[in-house]
Design a protein around this ligand. Structure first.
Ligand code: NAD
Length: 246
């Protein structure tokens, strides 16, 4: 299997896209660390993987907490024998029109989505560098490229992830580590199920492929980027969006 012997950390691995990524990487042979702020969902995904014959452990972490990120990554490396793959997937929305968006909500979204990606990359990079091989895969969004009404904070956090990815790629390349971002379009998950029919119809009209995405559509690309086949791909943002942002 193409990820045999690799250890993968997936933040926000307890739900939606993160869950699909964790299941997929485990099915390709990686031992996986499901890292989530929600203990119950992280444990449920780890159990699901173990039942299917894979190797998984659950860890509780608020990615916004830099010190805790260092501790959790150390623990993961100890438990799994290193960290080769980091998928920064944990993310939230606190949508509101710009003039109604509270500074606190702005800060929270930036702190979890953007700073959380920095915190986990910083903590895992030291461990990856020691192994002289690594894959950092950051989940951005089409909203970071095209913006969206009500999503000033979310879009800014996701655009920031693209810039962070490029610097990560440049700083870590000499240690055999690549860094890439994925920009999903509209994916059916708990995050998007609360959107109204009107918003869904508007988004649907932007699609070239006339269906919303599935978490597995994102997991397919993560599995490829995490593999040795993607050895010469770094600093890229790849859209998996049915053509939405084209
Ligand atoms: N669903 C979409 O259409 C879509 C589109 C583009 C990008 N994305 C991005 O994909 C990622 C996953 O989204 P999803 O749709 O699966 O969402 P989701 O809400 O289903 O899952 C997010 C997971 O992150 C966890 N989480 C939230 N805050 C956290 C924190 N502070 N620390 C650790 N874990 C935390 C949650 O507990 C949850 O398990 C997010 O970064 C999101 O922005 C989603």
């Amino acid at each position: 299997m193409r990820l045999d012997g690799r250890q993968a950390v997936i933040t926000g691995g307890g739900s939606g896209i993160g869950r699909a990524i964790a299941l997929r990487l485990a099915s390709e042979g990686a031992s996986v660390a499901i890292v989530d702020i929600n203990e119950a969902s992280a444990s449920a995904v780890a159990t699901e993987i173990e039942k299917a014959g894979g190797t998984a452990r659950a860890y509780v972490l608020d990615v916004a907490d830099a010190d805790a990120a260092v501790e959790v990554m150390k623990q993961v490396a100890e438990d799994l024998g290193g960290i080769g793959i980091l998928v920064n997937n944990a993310g939230i929305t606190r949508d509101n029109l710009l003039i109604r968006m509270s500074p606190d909500d702005w800060d929270l979204v930036l702190k979890i989505n953007l700073k959380g990606t920095f915190n986990c990359t910083r903590a895992a990079a030291r461990i990856m560098m020691a192994g002289r091989w690594g894959r950092v895969i950051n989940i951005s969004s089409v909203i970071g490229q095209i913006g969206n009404i009500g999503q000033a904070s979310y879009g800014a956090s996701k655009a920031g992830i693209v810039a962070l990815t490029k610097t990560t790629a440049r700083e870590l390349a000499s240690r055999g580590i690549t860094a890439n971002a994925i920009a999903p379009g509209f994916i059916e998950t708990p995050m998007t199920e609360k959107l109204s029919e009107k918003v869904r119809d508007g988004l649907n009209s932007m699609l070239i492929i006339k269906r919303f995405g599935k978490p597995e559509d994102i997991a397919n690309l993560v599995a490829f980027l995490a593999s040795d086949e993607a050895d010469y791909i770094t600093a890229q943002t790849i859209n998996v969006d049915g053509g939405m942002a084209s």
